[in-house]
Design a protein around this ligand. Sequence first.
Ligand code: ZN
Length: 615
Amino acid sequence: MRKYFLLTLASALFQIHSNAQTVVPCATDEIHQQILEQHPELKMEEQLMNETARRFVPQLNKAATIKYIPVVFHVIHGYGNENISQAQINDQIRILNEDYRKMAGTNGGASTDPLAVDMEYEFRLAQFDPNGKPTDGVNRVNNYALSINATDNTKASIYWPSDKYFNIWVVNTILNNSGSQNSIVLGYAQFPFDRTSRPTTDGVIIRSDQVGVIGTGQQSQAGRTMTHEAGHWVGLYHPFQGGCGSSSSNCAVQGDQVCDTPPVASSASGCQNGRNSCSTDNPNLPDLIRNYMDYSDGNCANMFTKGQKTRADGIMPSTRSNIYSAANLSNIGINTDGTYKTIPASSKKAPFNFDFNVSSLNGSGWFTEAFTIQPDTAWQINQAIGYNDTKSIYNRNFLTQKLNSRSSFSSASYDISALTNPKLSFAIAYAKRISASNDKLTIYVSDNYGRTEEVLKTLSATDISTADVTASEFVPANTGQWKKLSYDLSAYKSYTNLSVRFEFINVRGNNIFIDDISVATPTSSEELLKESLGFNFFPNPVNQTAQIKFNLSSSENVAINLFDISGRLVKTIAQADMPAGSNTVSFDKAEINKGVYFLKVETSKGAFSHKVMID
Ligand SMILES: [Zn+2]
């Protein structure tokens, strides 16, 4: 039996081909066999558990009892694309929950197979780490060596207690132990019966490009490599385990030990409708190619069976009951109904202004994160340049060669619930390096330490420019090469743990500086108007020409006049009906003397002035 099984397994492993490389969708069996060879005593554990599963009798017509599983993603990276975004991880959690709950409107929900069931599991990113500190459920670890050709060694190096968390390790590549140099292992899991003796490797390891279907997540597996691996984690075998067996096989003790999954000769691939690889079953039924535990494409797979649910329900209480217990969930910040517990309000209260007048962010609660770029070219404190002082935070993007690299900095968490009309304001200085520079700055807000985020604003290179295209390294020469931007936070005014994250993506631009980040209730109506128009004047000082940019919500008459410091009109720059949307007005200093002037801008919503320097 065992020998036959290994032959079947070997043939299964080399069936799916992608380009020149062999794809091994799951190495769980292979690793499991190696472990059993090293630890023969575990065979007994496996047999005991299988017997426990067989003895389990499900209650009929029982109301759904959802088991909530707290999850941590350990993202092991070398600042490459394997350092996937929180959004991509959240996308994987969504897919897991859809598949394990057979949710309406999803692949699984659409299955009309009478065997298809709701497995009654839901997955939740942890809200507190093992030390009780708030977490976004993602543990990022910079260790390139552990991310490449990863093995159980990677898992054992970085884990949270496996009786409390479902550990998922995200890596660049996984070692293929079968000896082929030219194959890609997508992931593997550890069965529940190994947890007690091998607690530090319990969980699922998966390639970063198999996580979710956004970001670097590949569409071809539809995020269901993880669905499959989590199936092993709850105790399920492959339906092709043991191959066809014989007509006298007992489905309860052979193959995948689940009787409503027909025997399968070898793993499926693609979406082989009508496949019937074994005739040892009676009646002879077609293979369940849509079973998540086979190897069909992710977009083809759509079901777990009743028998698989019964097996998992029989195994989980004796091996993993602590993880979904009320006490454990409570410690990790999850209520027994699966909702998240409210995080206590931050002791840091808005209004606040953070001017980066620090030698480092340590201890401030503010922090930088380099994702797909080395930290030394990502966000850091600039000790010489600031908006109203000599320090700011900047990204020395001029030196960055890697296109689309991501890095960000985040604020501490603040309680803003006492503010009436909270507004985020900051000063920014940036130049394109070439006219085609297409850098992007996205501002996110979160009320739960980044576990979930909303986009407050996405800004293009043009939106954030405060100076002309600068081929040499850009450093703002004076306050005229900065501008203030401001965004309404009214939609988030109930937040008691507001954090703001600025993520910058490099697409051939120059350096970017940010300073004086504040969250407050606005006071000056002039400032409010200026900010609501997205007003920008640059360069300033004016050497020869400058551009005045602003956005109108509807077409209207706008007057722009230049006055000297004693209030005399020097020049009318514009007096015209202007269209809704983005407007640009050119200014030529012509015969205006060097000095300080004020630009007065009048719109139907009011007027404001802006200080201008002529060189
Ligand atoms: Zn598998």
